[in-house]
Design a protein around this ligand. Structure first.
Ligand SMILES: Nc1ncnc2c1ncn2[C@@H]1O[C@H](COP(=O)(O)OP(=O)(O)OP(=O)(O)O)[C@@H](O)[C@H]1O
Length: 257
């Protein structure tokens, strides 16, 4: 089991139980799973992802490879997982290439500005895969939302970790880059059966294309977890989104016929 939680509580006050966003949840994620976290706006998806990424304090237990996430040193956790959240941002202006290179420094001992050949190769590959070669020298604060999203994805990929945590990775991406991201994630999953993906998706079709496990959340709790057949029943989605998701999807499809 790569991740296991029990009575997990987290939120944004110093003592998470005072104003909890995630309320006593329990889940398990096996190594090699591709997990989609689904649920309506504000139900706590990003908060859960941030707790798993070690960015947010929590109460209860959250084990990553058998050790509490809170006990990991920053560098050690960065060897295991890379997080791309909606809040990915930088406080200084870097170029596209420098930003992607930052993904390498999170767990290598290399000092910023001192990349070795392997770092350079990985960054080159990630720039190419995300269509960033032509804008590698641009400052990231001059980019469009979609371009910036691709830079943050490339930075996450450059970390080369066995676990990827992605928060709405298709946000801002045009259709071509959505399709490429899907292919990339499918390839990444195939590359090594131990690769574990945990993503927050608003696009249920994208979640279905990439993931084999689903966690559906509502009001800070998990209302269903498991495979597609178990979780993606009309009733559970209806409860999570307070709408008839299946009919909506079918109606959308009918516009193509
Ligand atoms: N930095 C913060 N400080 C205080 N409260 C926060 C903070 N970030 C999020 N929250 C609150 O936590 C709750 C859950 O937010 P979260 O971002 O986890 O939801 P989400 O399911 O990812 O939503 P969305 O689909 O809209 O991205 C919301 O009520 C939100 O207002």
């Amino acid at each position: 089991m790569i991740l296991k939680s029990k009575d997990l509580v987290c939120g944004y006050s110093k003592k998470p139980h005072i104003n909890p966003v995630i309320k006593n949840i329990e889940f398990q994620i096996e190594q090699g799973s591709k997990v989609a976290i689904l649920g309506a706006n504000g139900c706590g998806k990003t908060t859960l992802l941030r707790a798993i990424g070690g960015i947010l304090p929590y109460e209860g237990s959250l084990l990553l490879d058998g050790e509490e996430v809170r006990s990991y040193k920053r560098r050690k956790i960065a060897e295991k997982l890379a997080v791309m959240t909606q809040l990915s941002q930088l406080y200084f202006s870097y170029t596209v290439e420098e930003t992607v290179m930052l993904g390498r420094y999170l767990h290598t001992n290399h000092i910023f500005g001192n990349p070795d050949d392997r770092d350079k190769d990985v960054v080159e590959k990630c720039l190419r895969r995300n269509g960033l070669l032509e804008i590698r020298g641009k400052q990231i604060d001059e980019l469009s939302g979609g371009q910036r999203q691709r830079v943050f994805l490339a930075r996450t990929m450059a970390q080369e970790t066995p676990i990827l945590l992605l928060d709405e990775p298709t946000n801002h991406l045009d259709l071509r880059y959505q399709a490429e991201l899907m292919e990339y994630l499918l390839d990444w999953c195939k590359e090594d059966p131990a690769h574990t993906l945990i993503g927050v998706f608003h696009d249920i079709n994208m979640a279905l294309s990439v993931c084999d496990q689903f966690l559906v959340m509502k009001d800070g709790q998990i209302i269903s977890a498991g495979s597609k057949d178990v979780v993606l029943s009309g009733e559970i989605l209806k409860e999570a989104y307070e709408m008839d998701v299946e009919s909506y999807m079918q109606k959308q499809l009918s516009f193509w016929s």
